[in-house]
Design a protein around this ligand. Structure first.
Ligand code: G4P
Length: 531
């Protein structure tokens, strides 16, 4: 197969949700359809359970398991499907945000009873920033939930996207019978099954079908036509270009657990979701069909064996063909590298691959050469954009508890933050190290790993900040002025960009008014693109 055929048959996406909405269950059902697993429960997701929040050893164990499920690949009807898993735990949200830079679209799962939740909103913001096409799966229709119209309106309002119902639920709760596809004008009625493929009782586009009437009854059918007629009047009709541009989200109703509506989702997804498209580098736009290979690292997973500090770096192929044992150019280090055992992922197993195409994600074993954001090419100097840092919500100062191990601490903090576990900011004078995260859990993990992998001991002293804003300005003087006048609340990130640490949004507002020539950014993306 040539490259363009390989590209057009690929779909690389992530399933995202607020914890407990059903991401893991849906992922598993898709894998079942794809034949990648045979029984439900075969996949342990990246999910870090609630019980583990105070037990970081358990977290590490779970993270270890999740390496294998970070990418799940299967073939379905000639398509190559790559699902990128994201951690459900909110303290690992940064990891999720970064994964979103490596996908071409997402499926957002929403609990029909809870509607839009905190993480749903945040994840959607990241999708919006990157104009990622979003499809929504409203889950748990087998339970009593919100009214479908109310829910669609809530999605539009809270997620700031046009909601376009693609399927419509028939019945609710214990009375949930199936879905009507508004575009194919077909009805699918099922019997519930907790595992495996659910049995389709009726699949028809004949609305006068006698079995349909027999199972649903005329009253339920009348209600269905009434509701779908109304829905067609209220909500945007489906337009592929608007979906592809991130303005409109096709909405599907169903129950992942009972396998209701999942096949509709998968088949429509394969039909309308984009195949791998262009990638932006600071130097130029890269087209997937180019002859030469280019790819970037978006995630690094530490190996759990502390005696061998090797790790797996996840690379997304953006153009050309990646080949095993070929020499590639590491742009940041200006050095050639060869990979003898690149890994592909299939459900819970890993296998060495010989080649990979745009849209594919491969695991590269690394001993410390690769960093999040690094670009590999066939020789051209390219820096692929798109792995920004987002403002942390918790900031703490690193307190060294063993001065004899200062060097180890320094190295550990740098390497762990290179992995993307947390962000490092340095404040002068005194070379104060400040670690920023989105969750408390990260501090436990860092402390544990510093001790076990680097032999360094530290504590974290809480700082009163809840936000970090990257600072830029067209005027060098204005930038110097804020750095000097506000030195107690300005630190520098790893790229030496000044960052304003704030105790509240109000403090940021006042600072903006005081320094009108300075721009405050809540992600480092704008900053990187200016350099
Ligand atoms: P997550 O990855 O988004 O965090 O959610 P996950 O799939 O783990 O689902 C969270 C809980 O919701 C699980 O129950 C799961 O069984 C349940 N669930 C998922 N889809 C549906 C659905 O369509 N209908 C109903 N009624 N429940 C659903 P749990 O009790 O937390 O875990 P488990 O013991 O069932 O694994």
């Amino acid at each position: 197969m040539n490259i363009s055929t390989e590209i057009s048959r690929r779909r690389t996406f992530a399933i995202i949700s607020h914890p407990d909405a059903g991401k893991t269950t849906l992922t598993e059902k898709l894998l079942l359809f794809g034949g990648a697993i045979q029984v439900a429960g075969a996949v342990k997701s990246n999910k870090i359970t609630k019980a583990a929040t105070s037990d970081f050893l358990e977290i590490e164990k779970q993270r270890g398991i999740s390496v294998a499920t970070s990418v799940m690949t299967f073939d379905y009807n000639g398509n190559r499907v790559n699902i990128l898993d994201t951690p459900g735990h909110k303290d690992f949200a940064e990891d999720t945000y970064r994964t979103l830079t490596a996908v071409d679209s997402v499926i957002l799962v929403v609990d029909s009873a809870k509607g839009v939740e905190e993480q749903t909103r945040k994840l959607m913001e990241v999708c919006r920033m990157r104009a990622t096409p979003v499809m929504i799966f409203v889950n748990k229709l087998d339970r009593e939930g919100k009214d479908s119209f109310d829910l669609l309106e809530e999605l539009e309002k809270e997620l700031k996207i046009a909601a376009c119902p693609f399927t419509w639920p028939i019945g609710r709760g214990s009375n949930f019978k199936g879905v009507y596809n508004l575009y194919k004008k077909s009805v699918q009625l099922y019997t519930p099954q907790k595992s495996g493929k659910s049995e389709i009782l009726v699949s028809t586009n004949d609305t006068e079908n006698s079995k349909l009437k027999e199972i649903l009854g005329q009253e339920a059918l009348n209600l269905l036509w009434e509701e779908t007629g109304l829905a067609a009047e209220i909500f945007e009709p489906f337009q592929k270009n608007l979906y592809r541009e991130g303005y409109l989200a096709p909405v599907f109703f169903g129950s992942a657990l009972n396998n209701f509506g999942v096949l509709e989702l998968l088949e429509t997804f394969l039909e309308i979701a984009p195949s791998p498209s262009k990638a932006e580098a600071y130097e130029r736009t890269i087209q997937p069909g180019e002859d030469n290979f280019a790819g970037f690292i978006f995630k690094i997973h530490a190996n759990l064996d502390p005696n061998h500090r090797n790790r797996i770096a996840f690379l997304r192929v953006c153009s050309g063909k990646f080949e095993r044992n070929k020499l590639y150019y590491h742009t940041r280090l200006d050095k050639k590298m060869r990979f003898s055992s690149p890994a592909a992922f299939l459900a819970s197993s890993r296998s060495t691959i010989d080649e990979a195409f745009p849209g594919d994600v491969i695991g590269l074993y690394d001993t410390g050469n690769l960093k999040i954001g690094d670009t590999l090419t066939e020789g051209e100097v390219l820096h692929i954009k798109g792995v920004p840092n987002f403002s942390p919500e918790i900031l703490k100062e690193v307190i060294n508890l063993d001065p004899q191990k200062t060097k180890q601490l320094e190295k550990g903090v740098r390497q762990l933050t290179d992995e993307g576990l947390a962000q490092l900011f340095v404040q002068q004078p005194g070379n104060k190290k400040i670690i920023g995260t989105v969750g408390e859990l990260q501090y436990d993990v860092i402390k544990f790993r510093l001790e076990h992998e680097y032999g360094a001991k530290c504590n974290f002293q809480p700082l009163p900040f809840v936000k970090a804003c990257w600072l830029t300005s067209d005027s060098k003087e204005a930038l110097n002025e804020i750095v000097n006048r506000k030195s107690s609340v300005v630190a520098f990130d790893k790229e030496n960009t000044p960052v304003f640490l704030a105790e509240s949004d109000w403090v940021v507002k006042i600072a903006k008014e005081t320094f009108p020539q300075v721009k405050f950014h809540t992600s480092s993306e704008v900053v990187i693109s200016n350099t």
